[in-house]
Design a protein around this ligand. Sequence first.
Ligand code: SAM
Ligand code: DTB
Ligand code: SF4
Length: 323
Amino acid sequence: MERFTREHVRALYDRPLFSLIDEARAVHRAHHDDGQVQLCALLSVKTGGCPEDCAYCPQSSHHDTEVGAEKMLDVGEVLAAAARAKEIGSTRFCMGAAWREVKDGPAFDRVIEMVKGVKAIGLEACVTLGMVTESQAKRLKEAGLDAYNHNLDTSRDNYRSIIKTRSFDDRLATLRAVRSAGITVCSGGIIGMGESIDDRCEMLRTLANLEPQPESVPINALVRVPGTPLADMPPVDPMDLVRMIAIARILMPNTRVRLSAGRTDLTREAQMMCLYAGANSIFYGERLLTTPNPEKDADMGLIREAGLVPEPPHARTASAPST
Ligand code: SAM
Ligand code: DTB
Ligand code: SF4
């Protein structure tokens, strides 16, 4: 039996905004230190040339964007970026590769070295590498990996209108492999791709019905990149983002909800509202994977004005779930 029904989630979406935020806020305060925000750094370790056809993505070889296929970074370059991320206050370092799936061999071996190096620097390590098998996930776990990011992106019904080269079930299978290897799961999605409200609710419902629930859920607003099929989508209404975050918070009380891509298009006030509604993590540092993120000084200002502090390293005790 699934824990949350379609109707349950849709009823949350249709609630008056302030009532929804009030509930999200209460859940947030009951389960988290509401004065802290997690800062995560992102680095693209293998950019562009991806065989998948994800309509939103500038790195797909199916779209003609300014992002070309690049060589994989060296371990040294990645660790220098990780050290800098730590210096400016990030506690988690997430490395992305424009791969459909992990293939055993030298490139994967290099990722393993990157994970070990990031852990040695004293950061949480996260990777997002496309599909993985259980044995590959076990190798990542042995290297010390804390989290694997693999987004559902949209609802099952809407999936094929966004991605044709893989299925929603492929996505779920990778999440299972990651979970059974003992790595924490980071999975979320994107709004602003032309999806319906029901699609948004269904995406959150699938995430919330996972057992156990993901330790972190990134909520991205589409970054509209010229050359992608979704380049001309209308901008996301910031209040829709607030609603998504509030619902994620209510459905997944212990989860880290990350206000992810798209912040450069949001006002300071809209971002604050997202943090108020239950987001307790952001990507921090001037770049996401291939697109800009707010300046670090602007983010420090935002955090300070909201009366928050960056989460210190290893704030959670060993007995609490590592998220
Ligand atoms: N190739 C791997 C995969 O797809 O899982 C890892 C990298 S991929 C770039 C990671 C995630 O970035 C995607 O699942 C998607 O949610 C997000 N993403 C990519 N392009 C985006 C865009 N233009 N706007 C918002 N999010 C985006
Ligand atoms: C996630 O949910 N968002 C991040 C991270 N996980 C890997 C990626 C956002 C990418 C935005 C477009 C780009 O910079 O290429
Ligand atoms: Fe490739 Fe990931 Fe971009 Fe899809 S989202 S095209 S799998 S890099």
